[in-house]
Design a protein around this ligand. Sequence first.
Ligand code: NOJ
Length: 542
Amino acid sequence: MPSPTDWWRSAVIYQIYPRSFADSNGDGMGDLPGITARLAGLRDLGVDAVWLSPFYPSPQHDAGYDVADYRSVDPRFGDLGDADKMIAEAKALGLRVIVDLVPNHTSDEHAWFRAALQAAPGSPERERYVFRDGRGDDGGEPPNGWRSVFGGPAWQRVADGQWYLHLFDVSQPDLNWGNPEVRAEFEDILRFWLDRGVDGFRVDVAHGLIKEATLSDYEYAGEILGGMAPEGAPPPPMWDQDGVHEVYREWRAVLDAYEGDRILVAEAWVQPADRLARYVRPDEMHQAFNFEYLDTPWIAERLRKVIDSTTAANAAVGAPTTWVLSNHDVVRHATRLGYPVGERRRPGIGAGDPQPDAPLGLRRARAASLQMLGLPGSAYLYQGEELGLPEHTTMPDDYRQDPAWERSGHAERGRDGCRVPIPWEADAPSYGFGPTDASWLPQPSSWAEYALDRQRDVPGSTYELYRSALRLRREHRLGDGSLEWVETAPDVLAFRNGGVLVVTNFGESPAGLPAGAEVLLTSEPLTDDGRVPQDVTVWARG
Ligand code: NOJ
């Protein structure tokens, strides 16, 4: 039995993307005081915790995932005092706070990397990163053929002729996790934030820290966000190496020495499910995002299979499953699900690309969210999904900031479309994102209808659907429950979680509910004779 303090096993955790959540000073960029002022609203929505994407000093070449100083706050977002206030306010409201930790790479403006560039090849300063001599007579060829996840080669040459590895942007040099100094530094960074009262860390690129020792060649392009070998390719030497687990065992010991129930959550694009489950063994991390579920097409049979396989793989190591449908790296699910079923997830969308069927996408997204929130385990929500926000699919390319756009030679539009600032008030400047019209990415004019003040207390709105779902989930203890499939038509997915029956109909014919079932919540109205229409999820009792 999970101990009652294992809050994370069933928690609903809301991802805040600080740049785009709430702007207190009108400069067009969200900030910590803006977040603090809106935490009470999140409590009211019914989430248990928040995870904040990075707010540390950074040149922002990868929206803050290029950290220049791990122990401070970027002036764009506030200062350390603002971070303390945000943590204190969350605690006062009963919300836990998870911060982002980016250990695979630093920014090229980090003091360590600046020192490495000043120092000679072979120096201790260079040993903190992955510097190598090049190939070819004059060393003019990169040390191997690895590709950056954002496109182009994963190596950059420096003035004295050596090369450094960057699995992401050229401004994000990879750290050398074989170096004890790097390990000690990150344990200290963990303690810095644990001492300030955070409840845990979302670990960026958790599958990437250790590279295969010989840096053996690998000719395949990295998938966006890495981790998955392209079909038919051998396992990538830069991802999911066994050595990463030692790092997480060390970190777990650091967290366990603190009071409270502090957690680590892995961002690890790793398959199959039993490889991912290794990250959540009892002495390692607590959670790992189930991206396989996120990427499963809207097909009953496929979803059932992935729910089963990922739940079983986690159960084998005593871990719950961590469900997620959207985040700041993928096309929002209200848009993803508006494309033909089975299409591969797009790495961003622009005006010239095929556009989604938006109403269908929203209908399915509401059904998908209700299905996810009915499953046992924990779930992450991405800011704005509770408003049914779609991707900005027609953003003019001039605004794009994702490094993937440039580095891919404009082949991938990238992730800006899911990062657009949130509409809070339909009739306010920047839809209430901040006190002025400024917004670091343009908000589509159609967003007034999604604004929170148009949805709050409006029966049937997406916001009220989420709020009801979170309340019922808590009342019926669904997060701590267990899943039992109910056999039904092939196009229908039905399971019981404790006393609640969760039914999603993927097929054209309306699906019946058991006689006497008491409907608790539906993602769309039922048919007049009480059946479940296509692309609708129902929670019922009985
Ligand atoms: C994963 C983060 O979620 C993504 O936004 C970032 O670009 C890469 N890791 C590199 O840090």
